[in-house]
Write a protein that binds this ligand. Structure first.
Ligand SMILES: [Zn+2]
Length: 317
């Protein structure tokens, strides 16, 4: 009934962990004239010419930090990429502007959005782990910023970047799909069911629990479809399609203000506002919609549906 194939990830950076684990190679990457630096200021990333600002060492001049303060992200088309932290009150080092990630989703190329999300997630982790979680002493970054070690010799605690796994699922039943609306969303805006994985759960358990908690729907089976980093602040969205065994909706836990079954024809009217096409939620809906079994639909989702637009984009046309 539905697309069994997943969809490809779109990260174009090679994390090149062998470089960050070898100090001499890391130093060589830092000095590489092709190295570029991505400034992150608080939760904001720097944008230039409609894409991620990749600044050269020359452009940064005096504002290039020490290697120990930068984070090695990896290689992009063979060229080193580093994230660097800009102070909260500082202006961009060169003409350009800082923007929140949500505002730039869909406005910059997909591979740039993925790179900026990665840079921001790493800088955010550093900001939140300046002190050892075991003893409170200051931490020191090693391995290109991928390890934060305790500076107290007697402690030796090492921290690694963390992720919060969350499931997101398109539930379908008898040719319709289940979408929900959160209370804070405007009328007409709907998306797939999502929630954090809890300790002790397999991903499939989390899918079944979240759908049951939010809508009381029981699932017959679910299939993995793909995933997307969702750095708000450190989630990894793991996407599924699931076939429902029942169709009676009961809003159980108050997380959703509304949940309904939608036919393809209803989505094709454009009156239902769907998530932005850059999101995994859209892709889950699209994979189901476009796999229509018969001549019933009015085209592909991207041609007929209405995504809600991302927030205003300050500073850019
Ligand atoms: Zn410690």
């Amino acid at each position: 009934m539905h697309a069994a194939a997943g969809f490809a990830a779109h990260a174009t950076i090679d994390h090149a962990s062998h470089i960050r684990q070898a100090p001499a190679r890391l130093a060589a990457a830092w000095r590489d004239p092709a190295a570029r630096f991505l400034p992150v200021r608080e939760a904001q990333c720097m944008i230039r010419d409609g894409g991620a600002a990749r600044l050269s060492a020359d452009e940064l001049g005096q504002r290039l930090p020490a290697l120990e303060e930068a984070i090695f992200l990896g290689l992009e088309a063979g060229a080193p990429r580093f994230a660097i932290r800009i102070g909260a009150q500082e202006e961009p080092p060169v003409p350009g502007h800082f923007s929140g990630l949500r505002e730039l989703l869909g406005l910059v190329p997909e591979q740039d959005a993925a790179l900026l999300a990665y840079a921001r997630a790493m800088v955010n982790w550093h900001r939140q782990h300046r002190h050892c979680t075991a003893c409170g002493a200051p931490t020191r970054a090693t391995e290109g910023g991928f390890v934060l070690g305790c500076s107290a010799e007697a402690c030796g605690q090492r921290s690694f970047p963390r992720l919060d796994p969350a499931i997101i699922v398109l539930v379908h039943h008898a040719g319709r799909c289940l979408l929900g609306r959160q209370a804070s969303w405007p009328a007409g805006r709907f998306s797939t069911i999502a929630g954090f994985v809890e300790p002790g759960e397999a991903l499939e358990d989390a899918v079944r629990r979240e759908v049951a908690e939010e809508t009381n729907i029981r699932l017959a089976q679910c299939h993995y479809m793909g995933s997307q980093p969702w750095p708000f602040p450190a989630s990894l969205m793991i996407g599924f399609h699931a076939a429902a065994a029942s169709s009676d909706i009961l809003l159980n836990d108050g997380e959703l203000a509304e949940a309904r079954w939608f036919s393809r024809q209803e989505l094709a009217t454009g009156r239902v506002l769907l998530p932005p096409p850059a999101s995994i939620a859209w892709r889950l809906i699209e994979a189901w919609f476009d796999a229509a079994p018969g001549p019933a639909t009015a085209g592909r989702l991207r041609d007929v549906a209405s995504p809600w637009t991302a927030g205003a984009s300050p500073g850019r046309a």
